[in-house]
Design a protein around this ligand. Structure first.
Ligand code: DQA
Length: 155
């Protein structure tokens, strides 16, 4: 059965393309969605691409993904939690509670930016972290997720 990769985007990522283009580039969120769908196709994965500005909605999706992962339907989540990365113990607890495989993602190199972006609550509960490669990071994270899924199937 073809597994789904949930690609979850948090606050302000709906503004991609117009928001601080020097930092986040000119691609829109819809461009990124298409990039992810194409990339998932190449790995025989299905993309489920979502965005919300609301912490609780992201948490609900994480719970949903955890149940679907346990049922063998979901490979894991690629999560760009935006600024919630640096503030949300609740999102980190949700990932841990749902026993969800998460690849944390940032478009920008957060470590080359303000010090408040150097702290992530998500990294400690993530399988891995991808940052600094622009929107191409989504493609790289999908390849990493495909690799982890293949490793599971070899066990
Ligand atoms: C971001 C980095 C965060 O610090 C910021 O708050 C964002 C986007 C990124 O993709 O580079 O909203 O997650």
């Amino acid at each position: 059965m073809m597994k789904t990769v949930l690609i979850l985007n948090g606050p302000n990522l709906n503004l991609l393309g117009q928001r601080e283009p020097a930092t986040y580039g000119l691609q829109t969120l819809d461009d990124v969605r298409q990039l992810c769908e194409h990339s998932c196709d190449q790995h025989q994965l299905r993309a489920d691409f979502r965005q919300s500005n609301h912490e609780g909605v992201l948490i609900d999706w994480i719970h949903e993904a955890g149940a679907a992962q346990a049922a063998g339907q979901v490979a894991g989540v690629i999560l760009n939690a935006g600024a919630y990365t640096h503030t949300s113990i609740a999102i980190a607890d949700a990932i841990k509670g749902a026993q969800l495989r998460v690849i944390e993602l940032h478009i920008s190199n957060v470590h080359a930016r303000e010090s408040f972006r150097h702290q992530s609550y998500i990294s400690a509960v993530a399988a891995g972290v991808m940052f600094g490669f622009g929107t191409q990071g989504y493609v790289l994270a999908i390849a990493a997720m495909a690799h982890l899924t293949q490793c599971d199937q070899r066990i």
